[in-house]
Write a protein that binds this ligand. Structure first.
Ligand SMILES: [Zn+2]
Length: 283
């Protein structure tokens, strides 16, 4: 399951109570028409154009907000520049919310601190707290709602990213071990990871999945920009074709145990890091 592309879709505001029926119908009709117009763009935040034969890829930041405001519930990847640029956010706080019994391993948190810190070239701190669970499955909207009620507000110099460790599964993809559902919101499903009986290193999968989802939040791969290297997996958009990168597609799916019998990669590769430096404006 790649990051949730539905996020780039507009969200419809329901009609206000008391609004005349005719007006409600009119608003609904306008919404449906707009949705049909916008829907194709929702499949990919900003699909990169393939280079012409012989054309060299130089890497291209296709834009996106660069100011100090972060729309926490904006499309996946849309906060990457603010998270990566040296200013005004000099620290990233990963707000880890976990359901009872699904608390991430300390090795996972240590790994996120190191690897996201290396990726963003910033201090990364972890703030953990428990949240209620018991749902069995969570939709993208459920996860976004959780983040909205359970997190601190981002304010410089600290930027906040919400990472939930939930019970049950992702309602929209039974294969998913994790998912990124908004600009600064992602989730991991430890129960699904635990269901992989043929795993050699379940702990290694947890830290790989968590790193992978935060990689999507940092816009990897080609989410709203064009990588200098021609490495996006054509079969799995927004993922690396390098099996040694944590951004390889199978890392976040039940296929992980079959594809990586010795455990999945849990680090960004050189091309991932180069893209992040470009988005940070430091390359
Ligand atoms: Zn992915």
């Amino acid at each position: 399951m790649p990051w949730d592309r539905k996020l780039s879709c507009p969200v419809w505001s329901p009609s206000k109570p008391g609004m005349p029926q005719k007006m409600r119908f009119h608003r609904l009709a306008v919404f449906i028409c707009l949705s049909l117009l916008v829907a194709p763009a929702c499949r990919l935040a900003d699909p990169p154009a393939p280079p012409a034969p012989g054309e060299e890829r130089n890497g291209k930041d296709r834009g996106g907000p660069k100011d100090s405001s972060i729309d926490a519930l904006g499309p996946v990847g849309s906060a990457a520049r603010q998270l990566l640029r040296p200013q005004p956010f000099t620290e990233i706080v990963i707000e880890v919310a976990f359901v009872n019994g699904r608390e991430p391993k300390s090795a996972t948190l240590d790994h996120l601190t190191d690897e996201i810190g290396r990726a963003a070239q910033k201090t990364v701190t972890i703030d953990t707290h428990e949240i209620p669970g018991g749902r069995g499955s969570y939709s993208s909207q459920d996860i976004r709602n959780l983040s909205g009620s359970r997190r601190n507000k981002t304010s410089a110099p600290k930027a906040s990213v919400f990472l939930a460790f939930l019970d049950g599964r992702f309602a929209e993809d039974d294969q998913a071990l994790g998912v990124a559902v908004a600009a600064t919101v992602a989730a991991v499903f430890p129960d699904r990871i635990g269901s992989l009986s043929n795993l050699l290193q379940p702990g290694g999968v947890e830290q790989a999945v968590a790193t992978h989802e935060l990689g999507h939040i940092l816009a990897l791969v080609n989410i709203g920009y064009e990588s200098a290297s021609d490495r996006e997996d054509p079969e799995h958009p927004n993922h690396s074709s390098n099996k040694s990168s944590v951004m390889y597609w199978a890392v976040e799916t039940l296929s992980v145990a079959d594809v990586f019998s010795g455990g999945p990669p849990d680090r960004f590769d050189e091309a991932d890091i180069a893209d992040l430096r470009m988005l940070a404006g430091t390359s």
